[in-house]
Design a protein around this ligand. Sequence first.
Ligand code: ADP
Ligand code: MG
Length: 379
Amino acid sequence: MSFADLSLHPAILANIAAAGYSSPTPIQRQAIPTICKGRDILGIAKTGSGKTASFVLPILQQLIGHSQQEKNRQPKALILVPTRELAMQVSEVAKSLSNQLPRHMSSMAVYGGVSINPQMKALYGVEILIATPGRLLDLQRSNAVDLSKVQILVLDEADKLLNLGFKEEMEEVISLLPDSRQNLLFSATLTDQLESLNRVLLSDPQVIKIAEEGEDTEQLINLSGYFVSDDRKGPLLRHLIKELKMKQVLVFVSSGAKADRIANKLYKNGIEAQAIHGKKSQGARTRALQDFKSGAVQVLVATDLISRGIDINALPFVVNYELPRSPRDFVHRVGRTGRAGDTGLAITFVTRDETHHFKVILKKMKRYMDMVDSTQLEF
Ligand code: ADP
Ligand code: MG
């Protein structure tokens, strides 16, 4: 099947070709026609499988036919995401796919951590709005945006947005939307919470479940694990960076302070490393991610802040320096590699007293892992 079989406008097809996509991924094949029919959907497909275009393309296709009346210059599609970095990324995808359409369709990302005034000014006439919930509400309270004309609502990383942490903000945002609208929920992981909440949110949804992470037979993400004590983790990481000739590796830790410490230690050992976490300024966050994506920074030490949705082209290595608390976070962390058909290696450090917790994670992922005892290695 090709994109041309999905009844998309020729100008959209041209943008798809320019993006270098030759054929639709399974989730795109199923979600695009269903969304174009106006149905609500719950789309579950693994990390890196092209979910962004699965909602951006049918949004463009549906809006392209509407003429944007002067009097009604308010967002028609609202895409909610859990982090600022993801907002920027989704907005880049939306912009690249909405180039040179028969009529100009403007999209924009709004998110916190940067001054609000430029966003207020730039919002006029934006049809596709990508937002983190908090900043969206700030803008709405300042009357900079009117959400009453939203026809399509997307929750990207839906299970995260429907988590307790976002509950109040999400309820408020939803109360500002028209009752009659199309709802599209996307995620790589599905929780019970999501299953119950989507009953409230979605009307007669089509559930499109390609395969949750770990369920498919073809595994693009290779997993390997090391038993290692806390005090040997630093030397082991440096050893692996050298042994496996890692030019680009994303290292996950549990706190911002840890991320800073580990990045500093690597730097002192002559390895180009940066930290990214929620305690950094937005400028520093954006720069660290950009420099890592461009290859200027070899090691990015991160908290779960960027475990969701972030797409780093052909990232070969992820290291779990510390185990995440939930199996779901593990799935999203390792899913930063092995994207868009590429393969990747995710390495996990496990201390002896975490053995049980680690087994729980692997069981949830339906994966098995051979463990290396690092005391047997020389480094
Ligand atoms: P997900 O949201 O499912 O984790 P993304 O939407 O971030 O995945 O897409 C992952 C990568 O796949 C991106 O780099 C994107 O450009 C690429 N991609 C998306 N659709 C296609 C396609 N049809 N063919 C090739 N690459 C694609
Ligand atoms: Mg995504």
